[in-house]
Design a protein around this ligand. Sequence first.
Ligand SMILES: [Zn+2]
Length: 887
Amino acid sequence: MKKHVHRSLMSLGVALALAGGLPASAAPAPTATAAATTTTQLPRGVRPLHYAISLTPDAAASRFTAQVTIDLEVRAPARSITLNAADLRFAGASLTSNGAATQAAQISVDDEAQTATFRFAKPLAKGRHRLALDYSGVIGTQAAGLFALDYDDAGARRRALFTQFENSDARRMVPSWDEPAYKATFALEATVPAGQMAVSNMPAASTSTLPDGRVRVRFADSPKMSTYLLFFALGDFERATAQVDGTELGVVTRRGALPQAQFALGASAAILREYNDYFGVRYPLPKLDNVAGPGRSQFFSAMENWGAVFTFEYALLLDPKISTQSDKQDIFITAAHEMAHQWFGDLVTMRWWDDLWLNEGFASWMESRTAARLHPEWQTALAAVGVRDSAMQRDSVTTTHPVVQHVATVEQASQAFDEITYLKGEAVIRMLEAYVGEDAWRRGVRAYMREHAYGNTVSNDLWRHIDRAAGKPVTAIAHDFTLQPGVPLIRVADPVCKDGRSTVALRQGEFSRDLVERAPLAWRVPVIAQLAGARGQGRTLVSGGKGSVSLPGCGAVVVNAGQSGYYRTLYAPKSFAQLTGAFAGLAPIDQLGLLADSWSLGMAGLQPASDFLALAQATPANADPQVWGRIAATFAALHAQYAGDAAGQRRFDAYALTRLAPVMADIGWNAADGEATPRTNLRAQLIGVLGQLGDPATLSEARRRYGAMASDPQAVPPALKKSILAVVAQHADAPTWDALHAAARGEPSPLVRDTLYGLLASAKNPALANRALALAISGEPGETIGAEMINTVAGTHPDLAFDFAVANMAAVNARIDASSRSRFFPMLARGSSDPAMVGKVRSYAEANLAPEARRDAETAIAAIQDRLKVREQRMPEIDAWLARQGR
Ligand SMILES: [Zn+2]
């Protein structure tokens, strides 16, 4: 599953505090290591082998009826069968054993445990049985179980159906052993209206028309797989296909949108070829669709159902009216993520949610690797620093958790889809691959795939294969980084130069923003170092808290050269000054690493908070666009940190403009023919940040172009439409806001329409923000868009958004999927600078969340407290630095 990150803000150029700004955090610390035993919520004596499901959806009535027959194996004599079921009503249950059928004597449903128990008069003997169930259920409005997405098509209201089962919602459509270790085969049959297209994991094996005109589609049997991967969709769809290595690749969209899926189809073809090679096991199903759905979820953007990936339209379609280069890259990356899951997750599945990172860390790493490999011109390899930094932000407060963590409940499984699982998982894999070498790593992965195909695993199964392929022990290092939480800190002493060689002493501590009383944890840390401007690298394994690295030559030494290590680097002051002097000549990836570390260590008080600004000052105008992108994003975060101090904010903004305006002037508003894509992306981002800083030149140019849009088609090119509209919307007055609202209402394309509603929510003017909040729950923007609008308001007005959501809790809860509820409200508050918000979030959590569901509330509280601490303790240093610059 592709976790929902609020990329919309990023691509709108609103940048907010996304990169490096927000102190992240959190989770009620689970203790040390996770147990190796598999958790279950079901009795172990019975297991399913095969499900035959017959489904009849009634989309208009938001209900379905169904029958399922489950072939099962009873391992120990039992009086009853218990399986998972949620919001289902049973009309009948029978058991066939040795050809004789008996009705269930009793059917009992436990809503709290989400189970149903079928009791029979006689005990079930060991061996094979067939359980047949008649039941009905509901079609929801949010992405959980079988759900509906409504959209307008040339004035007509249409409804399409989809399923979303991860982590534990297959039980809303199929009574089942809804845990990843219970793999079985599935035969799905659906009775649907004529003229609609039904899609599932496997191709249709037969289609027949019933006497009443309806159509019955029977899909081919699936391979053995986990319940959360089952998929069904139904609607007025179109499909395009391509053949790759004997697999039929498809994209499925609502009618009319198919041309917008061509890029995704082409990208998927290239990715499939790459993966067939990388994994050493060919993609095993006859077809692989990517099915687009309108709207959005607060939980995810795409899901890796085997053979039938589901992706929200904004992450799959390119609309020539509005899509940008960064949208294109996001589409590629999302497809690469879900397709990596076809192996890591679908073919080989974690045994239980404790090891969710095996799915998500690996798919995240694979998406980055594949983008960098197949599209070197995008230069996405530099994004690795941002990935690691987001993970460390979250991992450096005491409420974090280990990558492998103990999960006991469905709610905890849902909370496990976080930055640690995805981003730390990815960063740790990158470090270990660099440690063993990419060939050894791939050999290990291939052996793991071969041995565990169609099975379930725990993390140690992977480490065993990597150890063997690498010929050196990796498991111990892997355990240090996955079984304990937190971020190592490598303190770098000034280099000692003797006989033409530099020797650098290293000490390992722990990087934390709020650690008070505990001694630092210990890690074995692979370290790569390099002399600034030189080629040769030194490698060492810091162990037992210390180490050293030796390099030929003398000068400034970069530790974590290439930035594959998962740790923060703290240089002695003299070394940092030397590196600042050599900064312009460093590799872009090391420039990014130094910027990220100095900002984070500065905000934590481990080095002067102004060191980041000294690096920004030392960055040449022609530095890599992504280096300037990082500086711009951090400036936006600093700007936000000054909220409530208008004079301080103005002084900082004036400084930031002296750095960013020349870069913008160099790039210009109009794209050059054949320009490098990172420049294209930086243009969009700079317009957003400069708009946020209130740069008068950017504001007037954006408004001029917006005003000329109707008469001059060149004024707002599609590549800049989101950026220009974002500046206009952010600084909108009431008439401008009303005009954008009218444009949203009249917009035929769901993709553009959703974007426009999002823009309405970005207004700085509090009265307009309040109007956006009211609009969000009015029903007008659509069932899944309102929550995103509230979220967007929170980007500028966290207090307003949180108070509104709490005051309208029932209306807001109806607009978010159940698995997002425990995080949605706290996340609104996270950007607040009001000390009173800490108490408000706490009260919300105590009144509405079970104790084990309060991780995100604790995250938000930690972020607010950190911001207050930074304001009081760190910002005076920034002020003093600005004063020294004559500001
Ligand atoms: Zn995923």
